[in-house]
Write a protein that binds this ligand. Structure first.
Ligand SMILES: O=P(O)(O)O[C@H]1O[C@H](CO)[C@@H](O)[C@H]1O
Ligand SMILES: Nc1nc2[nH]cnc2c(=O)[nH]1
Length: 278
């Protein structure tokens, strides 16, 4: 067994023992995107530090706790805080919580993030459904010996973001009267933000939004057969010819301001995804 397999198994066994049930749906909250979660929905909040084998969150806006919650009556794991490559974690460590979900048998995974808008038609504060991604992190969480029990050596990537879930998300947005853009997310390693020349390049490559997360998680989840939905909250415009300065504080402020819109969408969507797993 590889070290990461051992850590994932230890964490998974601990979660099984310490959670009342294993929900069918899990949600990863991006930077500053947790405000909409009603505290009355939270049955249990488990600091990552309590879960053996788990890394700890080091970025502001990522609380670092696993919430066992019921969102409008539907059980869900909520990862309030994620891990990023720029924190110094290995690609496997960054995606360790996702590997745990695969081992637990959770079926649906919703990945959210704060991202810069590369598409000039997309407004700051808007939400974008991921149709696809470009991995520019220079890393892949599947590097190293393949864990055959988790998935194939060469996973197909022709359809990472589940069309049926995307359809349900578009329907939920329509029901809420919300605009939901659709586009390609490019992941970079960070932590420095982009120069105008880099931004121009990523746009020419076909990306609509840019951030420093989500893609390693999506690769690990897809490898293990989870159904994935990705949603970006567009916190800033990242346009080469009129690039404004931005900071993590501004990104967090905008994510906070858009959190209610994300919450309305997810509260409408999650109850339609199915209930308890076991
Ligand atoms: O992708 P999430 O975790 O939402 O965070 C985004 O916000 C941070 C930059 O402010 C980066 O980590 C970027 O990826
Ligand atoms: N790389 C990157 N990450 C972000 N996260 C939120 N906005 C941005 C951005 O403009 N660039």
């Amino acid at each position: 067994m590889t070290d990461i397999q051992t850590r994932a198994r230890t964490a998974t066994d601990w979660i099984r023992k310490n959670c009342p049930s294993i929900p069918n749906t899990a949600l990863v909250l991006g930077s500053g995107l947790g405000k909409w979660i009603d505290s009355a929905w939270i049955q249990k909040s488990i600091p990552y530090a309590d879960i053996p084998g788990f890394p700890v969150s080091t970025v502001e806006g990522h609380a670092g706790a696993l919430l066992v919650a019921e969102i409008k009556g539907t059980p869900a794991f909520v990862f309030s805080g994620r891990f990023h490559l720029y924190e110094g974690y290995s690609p496997r460590e960054v995606t360790l919580p996702i590997a745990c979900l695969g081992l637990l048998g959770t079926e649906n995974l919703i990945l959210t993030n704060a991202a810069g808008a590369l598409n000039p038609l997309f407004a700051t504060g808007g939400l974008m459904l991921l149709t696809d991604h470009i991995n520019m992190t220079g890393h892949n969480p599947l590097t190293g010996p393949n864990v055959d029990d988790w998935g194939p050596r060469f996973p197909d990537m022709s359809q990472v973001y589940c069309p049926a879930l995307r359809e349900q998300a578009m329907q939920a947005a329509m029901n809420c009267g919300q605009r939901l853009e659709q586009g390609v997310y490019v992941a970079v390693a960070g932590p420095s933000l982009e120069t105008p020349a880099e931004t121009r390049m990523y746009r020419i490559m076909g990306a609509d939004a840019i951030g420093m997360s989500t893609v390693p998680e999506a690769i690990t989840a897809h490898h293990m057969g989870l159904k994935i939905l990705g949603i970006s909250c567009l916190t800033n415009k990242n346009l080469p010819d009129c690039m404004a300065q931005t900071s993590h504080a501004e990104i967090l402020d905008q994510a906070n301001a858009s959190s209610d819109a994300l919450g309305s969408l997810l509260s409408a969507l999650i109850p339609n995804l199915g209930g308890r797993h076991g």
